[in-house]
Design a binder for this molecule. Structure first.
Ligand SMILES: NC(=O)c1ccc[n+]([C@@H]2O[C@H](COP(=O)([O-])OP(=O)(O)OC[C@H]3O[C@@H](n4cnc5c(N)ncnc54)[C@H](OP(=O)(O)O)[C@@H]3O)[C@@H](O)[C@H]2O)c1
Length: 368
């Protein structure tokens, strides 16, 4: 039987080793998909790289013999040596996922290298473009965050266009592409029609939000020009267990909060929160649901940081969670998620997302 036929279909997930993407890969594998994950550093030589390496060695002075030697001797030895540690530490959690050995393949791709995603996307039915820098830039916002987000998104979409097999693309945007505005009525919840103000993001130097607005806008323009079926998911702050060993920037902010650090959450002021599993399930729902179209806000609850602190303080009295945060003069907002809920989606509450997050941090020995 054709191996592909035993899977629901084949999809690509960009930035597969990241916090959210890893969880999405886990959910896709459990749902029966074959997953091609892209990573910047797969950590071991690919077959193609080994071919190039062999050709360069030109060991027997005959390319044909070299390739025969490579296919039947070198490659099997190489695979048997690398299988157990397939790739390095950073990818270990992906190979430990249920079904990974049979249905996961990792391919090297970089947002800043033109055409880098062609191989990964070729032959896929769907693409989940999750990769985008989340760290605050150190010195050069354009190079560190804006270009990889905006040019990188177009790079991925161009690969999707080149592959005739891709039927739908799901882009992970963010509620940061909706809520950074000053000009709205605070008693009317923000919905998918709202866009963060580019001018405000630039003035306040909120580079992450700027990167998400500009990347999503560029994606919509590209999709319109190329008649591409694009759906975007806009999660608020993602809370839950981290599969990667190294915590991403948002997960380490949460760990900081649970250990008594207040500065980063002070800056949040008011923020939406959502369970990581809900975000992954939402991506899959809008990929599978034929009627899904446009943008989907994905957020369970919006809380002021003082509300969050008192809720967490009461629920986890043994943790040194800050009692109060500095007051910031930010507009009050709510998020209207009825569009996603009209597809039958139900969000988990804030208690469950923090319970699951804290339980996993305890298992990892990061909080006690
Ligand atoms: N966490 C949240 O609260 C949240 C909320 C809303 C939306 N989102 C969105 O969710 C997505 C994933 O974020 P995350 O929280 O999971 O953060 P993360 O763990 O830092 O994941 C970011 C991913 O992007 C990849 N990436 C960055 N620059 C790249 C480049 N030049 N080429 C290829 N890959 C690159 C990273 O790859 P490396 O591992 O190689 O660095 C990593 O896999 C992002 O689009 C983010 O905007 C996150």
């Amino acid at each position: 039987m054709d191996k592909k036929a035993s899977f629901k279909s084949t999809v690509c997930v960009t930035g597969a080793s990241g916090y959210l993407a890893s969880w999405l890969v886990k959910r896709l594998l459990l749902s029966g998909y074959q997953v091609i994950g892209t990573v910047r550093d797969p950590g071991s030589l690919s077959f193609l790289e080994l071919i190039i390496f062999t050709c360069q060695l030109n060991y027997t002075k005959s390319l044909l013999i070299d390739l025969f030697f490579l296919s039947y001797v070198l490659w099997p030895i190489f695979r048997s040596m690398t299988d157990e540690t397939d790739n390095h530490e950073k990818l270990k959690h992906l190979w430990q996922l249920q079904g990974a050995k049979e249905a996961l393949q990792l391919v090297k791709a970089d947002l800043m290298v033109d055409g880098s995603f062609d191989d990964a996307i070729m032959g896929c039915d769907g693409v989940f473009h999750v990769a985008s820098p989340v760290l605050g830039p150190k010195s050069n916002p354009k190079a560190e965050i804006l270009d990889p987000a905006i040019k990188g998104t177009l790079n991925v979409l161009k690969s999707c266009k080149r592959s005739s097999s891709v039927k739908r693309v799901i882009l992970t945007s963010s509620s940061a592409a909706v809520r950074v505005r000053e000009d709205f009525e605070t008693n009317v919840p923000l919905n998918e029609s709202s866009w963060s103000s580019v001018e405000l993001c630039q003035r306040l130097q909120i580079w992450y939000a700027l990167s998400k607005v500009e990347a999503e806008k560029a994606a919509w323009e590209f999709a319109k020009e190329n008649a591409m079926d694009l759906v975007t998911v806009l999660p608020s702050f993602v809370i839950g267990p981290s599969l990667p060993q190294d915590l991403c920037s948002t997960a380490s902010d949460v760990l900081g909060l649970l250990k008594g650090e207040s500065e980063k959450f002070s800056w949040h002021g008011r923020m939406g929160y959502v369970h990581i599993d809900d975000v992954a399930l939402c991506h899959i729902l809008v990929y599978e649901e034929p009627s899904a179209q446009g943008r989907y806000l994905c957020s369970s609850v919006v809380l002021d940081n003082n509300e969050l602190a008192s809720l967490l303080g009461e629920r986890y009295p043994s943790l040194p969670i800050p009692k109060r945060f500095m007051h910031l003069d930010r507009p009050y907002y709510k998020l209207d998620t009825s569009k996603l809920e009209s597809l039958g989606f139900k969000f988990r509450g804030v208690e469950e997302m923090f319970d699951d997050c804290i339980e996993s941090l305890k298992e990892q020995g990061r909080v006690f």
